[in-house]
Write a protein that binds this ligand. Structure first.
Ligand SMILES: [Zn+2]
Length: 358
């Protein structure tokens, strides 16, 4: 039995209308629109390294499967029987990208039904503190629907140490519920509203941030910075937190080329993992590039670090389906059973253990 600690099953109806550029979400949501646009996009530049368009198409194709169950089953088939899956919900209503077609409550309820039917799933409720009644939602998810963790997504426009999140952390710490937070910079899922609004959100930060000349992506990375979690861990020393994506391929690659470069999130996270006993990091998305396997292998030889890294794939945010199977198989073969089972079984068992016995 292994754990994939980080996957997504939200549907196209959970994605705001303005999420993709050029009104693509709306066009792609119809069958003919999807067929035409995917053909055009696939033909725009088949040799381009810039695979953003291909990814959009794949992304929307999976999101359109109709139900979270269908999306989940499409992921599960690539893993050994009895595998367990951390499924992270997404609340994209406050990212300034327009209206989300279906209510967040319905996405969560559907995940709760999935949990009933597939007990091997471990749903995480995403908490955006701008949503009214988020504590009630959290408790309903955990106590009635079997959710076993909280997802935090700072680049949508809130800081991890936002005071409104403190009741969430208190509840999680008391119940040993783990937190998984997005922790890579410059990603396409970030606050898309007006820059003026974004500046206002950034003013909530503890440090003064000079945003002159910064792109929106760079600005949103200020919310996401791993060091923001130090404040939370000082106040909630027993809270289990996983920094998703281990700082991103961008910083892994930067580390390989320029190991002493400043403000490298890979290095910052590695250092934090050594200092905070309940802090973890997952390799989802980032390790989809095989060129990083050797560095991961070396990290896992470190006595301390090897207990802090979790296996995850970030299904279905990765480009193609084939990568899902290849990723887990190739990585397992490369690492060998001992190292692989450490990140795919031993560490997740610790991370996912809660006060609820189920
Ligand atoms: Zn993810």
């Amino acid at each position: 039995m292994i754990y994939n600690c980080h996957i997504h099953t939200f549907k196209d109806a959970d994605i705001p209308r303005g999420f993709l550029p050029l009104g693509l979400v709306r066009v792609l949501s119809t069958k003919p629109g999807f067929r035409v646009v995917s053909r055009i996009l696939n033909n725009i530049n088949p040799f381009s390294d810039n695979d953003a368009f291909d990814r959009y198409v794949k992304f929307v194709e999976l999101g359109r499967l109709g139900s979270q169950e269908a999306i989940y089953k499409n992921c599960r088939k690539f893993y050994p029987k009895n595998s367990k899956f951390g499924i992270l919900a997404m609340d994209m209503a406050y990212m300034g990208a327009g209206k989300v077609p279906r209510a967040y409550f319905d996405q969560l309820k559907e995940l709760g039904e999935l949990k009933l039917k597939y007990p091997e799933t471990i749903p995480f409720v995403h908490i955006d503190p701008r949503r009214n009644g988020y504590m009630d939602i959290l408790k309903k998810c955990v106590e009635d629907w079997g959710f076993r963790g909280v997802k935090v997504y700072p680049p949508l426009g809130y800081f991890p140490y936002d005071e409104r999140m403190y009741s969430v952390y208190e509840y999680c710490q008391a119940n040993h519920l783990p937190i998984i937070t997005h922790c890579s910079p410059f990603n396409p899922v970030h606050y898309k509203g007006k820059k003026k609004e974004l500046r206002k959100l950034l003013e909530q930060g503890r440090d003064r941030i000079d945003t002159r000349g910064m792109s929106r992506k760079e600005m949103c990375s200020k919310f996401t910075h791993p060091l923001n979690w130090e404040y939370v861990m000082e106040d909630f020393p027993a809270l289990k937190i996983c920094l998703g994506h281990f700082g991103s391929a961008h910083y892994w690659s930067e580390f390989l080329d320029n190991p002493d470069g400043p403000d490298n999130w890979f290095l910052i996270i590695k250092d934090m993992l050594e200092r905070y006993p309940h802090l973890y990091s997952d390799i989802s998305f980032t390790l989809n590039k095989k060129e990083y396997f050797p560095l991961l292998k070396v990290l896992l030889q470190d006595k301390l670090l090897r207990n802090k890294i979790l296996f995850g794939s970030d299904y279905y945010m990765v480009e193609t389906e084939a990568t899902e199977r290849r990723f887990s198989l190739d990585l397992r073969a490369y690492l060998g059973e001992d190292d692989f089972m450490t990140i795919a079984k031993k560490n997740p068992e610790q991370f996912f253990a809660t006060r609820f016995n189920d």
